[in-house]
Design a binder for this molecule. Structure first.
Ligand SMILES: [Zn+2]
Length: 66
């Protein structure tokens, strides 16, 4: 894997992690690694293309400043 350019969580500032699993094909999700982070799990970006998922996370990081 190459170095990922994912922004820190906009809520807590923790570095996010990438999970992947198989669901009729591989699925990726970028999620905050902080167990106490108030961001709801269903708001994490998911998709089949890792680059798209990372882009979506980064856009949220820009847009979701609290
Ligand atoms: Zn967080």
């Amino acid at each position: 894997m190459s170095e990922l350019k994912i922004k820190p969580c906009p809520v807590c500032g923790w570095k996010p992690i990438i999970e992947h699993w198989s669901s009729g094909g591989i699925m990726y999700m970028v999620k905050c690694n902080n167990p106490d982070c108030p961001v709801p799990v269903n708001s994490y970006p998911t998709g089949r293309n890792l680059n798209d998922v990372e882009d979506e996370w980064n856009k949220r990081s820009d847009n979701d400043k609290l």
